[in-house]
Ligand binder design. Structure first.
Ligand code: ZN
Ligand code: ZN
Length: 453
């Protein structure tokens, strides 16, 4: 068994791991690498999509593998065409799924049912790169590119067994994988993105237990927060927000990630506890409506009396927006003069201009993200703080990361106790040496390692 990491090494995200066994090749995640893209492109200097993959391949932003890309991109590299029997998606974050719409039509993409719902909402409410969908509907000529799984399923591919196991992360439907090569008697674990401090830490506990039972020998383990020690957890975020709203006279404004359904739940509970309503935007309403099909998620329903939807004024609405606005189950607010003291208003960075219409007084602004770290992130943050100053908001920051802190990473690895650890999805992978006494392999991007004993 050979492993070649094409992304997710010395960076947070951009995961792309190719496993080559005797009779099968599989890819784990195919995400966009914001780090590698950002070295060459930003702002108005963007890779041209009119030139196919040229502007991405020039700087090795995406890997040069024959057989990986859709035929109409018409790219050819030295060497034989590789047959990849499946791409396994851990969860619906861009740094894991962002390039799956470039894949060859012959490569099925395996993902959790929830991830499929989220990506359906993403592609219906925004335009994917190259205008190519992530989820291709079946046509007369070929089936859909997507095959879904749930925890408890196993997928057999020419001598390989892949077992997806749910984990807790800042988006629903996140999975880790256990890959078994029966011929070589080799068991490999892949954490995806993981934490133990969300509303559903029991899911990650299941992964730890199943990885132990299966005897994972080599563990590819994320290390986003390998350098961080914190105790914030999601239930604490909910309590802090709720307490703080008790002292808010006017509007409570919540800036949180649209697809972080755990955080949505925290603000929803805070709304109910304070006899307020959570006022979400059309995009989040679209996602919630689709997610309701997933009975295992148990999320508040779109017609819940504590949820209403804000229709920002504009000239023309997309069809998906019109469908939400006209949905009889959904309570729409289109007058910015609503009773501010009765609402928590979800307002992310891109919707700040809504506040010009709403003109909140005595409002509290809940910034529910981590501190910015990228250059652009810091510029955006400073700009947002100017809005906070101009409107004289009371500013609060409550957040719990989507990723486990150092002590939990240590716990997960020590419990699974692999023979070899391969740190991924981290800017400081070598720091694992400080917390676990397990031999590390620190691979480099594009270089293969032999995993056979
Ligand atoms: Zn990630
Ligand atoms: Zn993630």
């Amino acid at each position: 068994m050979k492993l070649t990491p094409y992304g997710g090494i010395d960076e947070i995200g951009g995961n792309c791991f190719l496993f080559e066994a005797e009779n099968a090749n599989v890819l784990f995640d195919f995400g966009r690498s914001f780090k590698n893209e950002g070295i060459y492109y930003a702002g108005f200097l963007l890779p041209r999509t009119s030139q196919g993959l040229t502007d991405f391949l020039e700087f090795n932003i995406i890997p040069k593998i024959n057989g990986l890309y859709a035929d109409d991109f018409d790219v050819n590299f030295p060497g034989d065409r590789k047959r990849i029997q499946g791409c396994f998606l851990s969860h619906a974050h861009m740094d894991h799924y962002g390039n799956i719409n470039l894949l060859s039509e012959d490569i099925p993409v395996y993902m959790g049912e929830t991830a499929k719902i989220i990506l359906t909402s993403v592609q219906e409410t925004s335009r994917p790169r190259f205008g190519r969908p992530y989820i291709r509907p079946p046509s007369e000529k070929r089936p859909s590119n997507v095959r879904t799984f749930r925890t408890g399923d196993t997928i057999q591919i020419s001598g390989l067994t892949i077992t997806p196991v749910h984990v807790d992360h800042s988006i629903p439907g996140a999975y880790a994988f256990i890959l078994e090569d029966r011929k070589e008697d080799l068991v490999i674990g892949y954490s995806g993105d993981v934490r133990l401090h969300g509303w559903r830490q029991d899911l990650t506990a299941d992964f730890i237990r199943i990885a132990k039972e299966k005897g994972v020998q080599i563990l590819l383990m994320e290390g986003t927060n390998i350098d961080e020690d914190f105790d914030q957890n999601e239930p604490q975020v909910q309590q802090d927000v709720s307490e703080s709203i008790q002292n808010t006279k006017g509007l409570a404004i919540a800036n949180y990630t649209l697809r972080d359904i755990d955080r949505f739940r925290s603000f929803y509970i805070a709304a109910v506890e304070n006899s307020r309503k959570l006022l979400i935007n059309l995009k989040q309403a679209h996602l919630l409506k689709l997610l309701q099909r997933d009975i295992n998620l148990d999320i508040p329903s779109i017609d819940d009396p504590s949820i209403e939807v804000y229709q920002r004024p504009k000239g023309r609405y997309y069809r998906w927006e019109q469908e939400i606005i006209q949905d009889p189950e959904i309570h729409i607010i289109n007058d910015p003069g609503f009773e501010h003291q009765k609402y928590i208003f979800h307002c992310d960075f891109w919707n700040l201009t809504d506040l010009i219409d709403i003109q909140p007084k005595n409002a509290t602004y809940f910034y529910s993200h981590g501190d910015p770290f990228s250059e652009e992130g810091i510029i955006d943050y400073n700009r947002m703080m100017e809005w906070v100053k101009a409107f004289k908001f009371d500013f609060r920051q409550f957040h719990a990361s989507g990723h486990a802190p150092r002590k939990d990473l240590q716990h997960i690895v020590e419990e699974i106790a692999p023979e070899i650890l391969i740190p991924i999805h981290s800017e400081n992978p070598e720091k694992y040496k400080e917390i676990v006494d397990i031999p590390l392999i620190l691979p480099s991007r594009g270089h293969s390692i032999n995993l056979s004993q």
